[in-house]
Design a protein around this ligand. Structure first.
Ligand SMILES: C[S@@+](CC[C@H](N)C(=O)[O-])C[C@H]1O[C@@H](n2cnc3c(N)ncnc32)[C@H](O)[C@@H]1O
Length: 395
């Protein structure tokens, strides 16, 4: 964070927006019930559902609704920790910029925070939700900010102009949260083919093609782009990063995954990217799966979970993470007894295999959306794995 700005100031800023931090979901829902009517909640639920369709009008209607004065504090408080995590990180990357664009600024909760604490910098916040922009502008006036202005503009259909030393896009570029991304070449690898038409289709589907084209054009020489979107799964992360790289962007900091609490869930989100245009520096784009919690296969300490005599179903070894692939590859004397590879209705390739290795019996399951599962049991439990093998294939 900007050395002179403390997290307390970010808390105070959020409080000025009427946001509250909650110690429990129950507290949150009590406040929500006391503040919003059943009709408000029905409208919100219906609008969230419509937003899922990905249609532009539905998305805009959702953000317009959330900007209503009595809804805004309650709804945006769900993201209190998000604002703390992102607000602090972005602010510390602003100085010494002269000009900053906050794309998809929403109601301007973070834009006004950055502007307050970087008085020498000129900020522009843009968003296509007219109500959000009206709220942002009126809050900036209320806070006496003269170094920020807001514009209502849809980057998908209107041309953006200007040159900025920092371009920020946090939870703004990628609205298509359900898009699975692109599959790996086949079930044996996490690698994605370099297929231009598949990449272009992905960018178009989730709407980042035009957005990134426009934003990257406006970055001033030596300027930084700071991006934080929901692109954590490898199948989304790889094509998203390739989209950034295609616009000449290179990471200048190690991308960071950020964990924060929402109401009723914890989000492992991001990565948080800080990038510059130009030739590749010492940091390369990472297309590997994240390090995971899968334990190594150690022949002498086979049970990855403590053996529980009350639960005889526990296998000798189990790994449900991408690292299961390395373990499966390293199994000695692997002998496949049954296997099937097929294409599922959603296009993914699925492979299931039952075999023996190291005097034990294993089941390995892998698909082209990076899911892996390896189970190893004693030879006398082969029938159990055989039945699981059948279950996977029939499901
Ligand atoms: C989840 S809000 C994020 C707000 C803010 N960036 C934050 O971090 O809290 C996403 C915003 O992006 C805006 N947005 C999405 N697509 C846009 C586009 N093509 N042009 C302008 N704004 C857009 C939406 O209207 C919405 O207000």
């Amino acid at each position: 964070m900007n050395s002179s700005v403390s997290l307390d100031q970010l808390h105070a800023h959020l409080a000025q927006w009427g946001l509250r931090s909650f110690s429990s979901d129950a507290d949150y829902f009590a406040w929500q019930r006391a503040t919003l009517s059943a009709e408000d909640l029905n409208r919100l639920t219906a609008q969230v559902e419509r937003k899922r369709s990905g249609a532009r009008q539905d998305e805009m209607a959702f953000y317009d609704l959330t900007a209503e004065p009595h809804i805004l504090p309650v709804l945006y408080s769900q993201r209190y920790e998000y604002f703390m995590e992102i607000g602090s990180r972005v602010l510390s990357r602003i100085a010494p910029a002269g000009t900053v664009l906050d794309f998809g600024c929403g109601v301007g909760i973070l834009t006004t925070f950055y502007a307050r604490h970087s008085p020498e910098t000129q900020f522009v916040g843009i968003d296509r939700s007219p109500r959000s922009i009206a709220v942002a502008q009126s809050k900036a006036t209320e806070l006496g900010l003269t170094n920020v202005r807001f514009e209502c503009l849809d980057v998908d259909v209107e041309v953006l102009r200007g040159s900025y030393d920092r371009i920020i896009a946090t939870h703004a570029l990628v609205q298509a949260e359900q898009d699975p991304g692109i599959p790996s070449r086949d079930w044996t690898t996490f690698e994605r083919a370099r297929d231009e038409s598949q990449q272009a289709a992905f960018e178009q589907r989730i709407g980042i093609d035009v957005r990134l084209d426009q934003l990257s054009e406006m970055l001033s020489p030596g300027g930084w782009m700071v991006i934080f979107e929901k692109t954590r799964q490898l199948a989304r992360r790889v094509p998203f990063q390739r989209a950034l790289a295609r616009r000449g962007l290179q990471v200048i900091e190690l991308p960071e995954l950020i964990r924060y609490r929402l109401v009723e869930e914890v989000s492992d989100d991001g990565p948080f990217y800080v990038m510059q245009q130009g030739s590749a520096g010492p940091l390369a784009w990472d297309e590997e799966p994240e390090p995971d919690a899968g334990v190594p296969f150690n022949r002498t300490m086979l049970r990855s979970v403590p053996h529980d005599p009350q639960d005889p179903d526990i296998p000798l070894y189990e790994n449900h993470w991408p690292s299961a692939q390395r373990v499966w590859e390293s199994l000695a004397d692997r002998l496949v007894q049954q296997e099937e590879t097929r294409r599922e209705s959603d296009g993914r390739q699925l492979h299931v295999e039952l075999g023996s290795a190291e005097g034990l019996v294993y089941l390995y399951c892998a698909n082209t959306f990076d899911q892996r599962q390896l189970i190893v049991v004693e030879p006398n439990r082969r029938a159990e794995l055989a039945s699981y093998y059948g279950e996977i294939l029939s499901s």
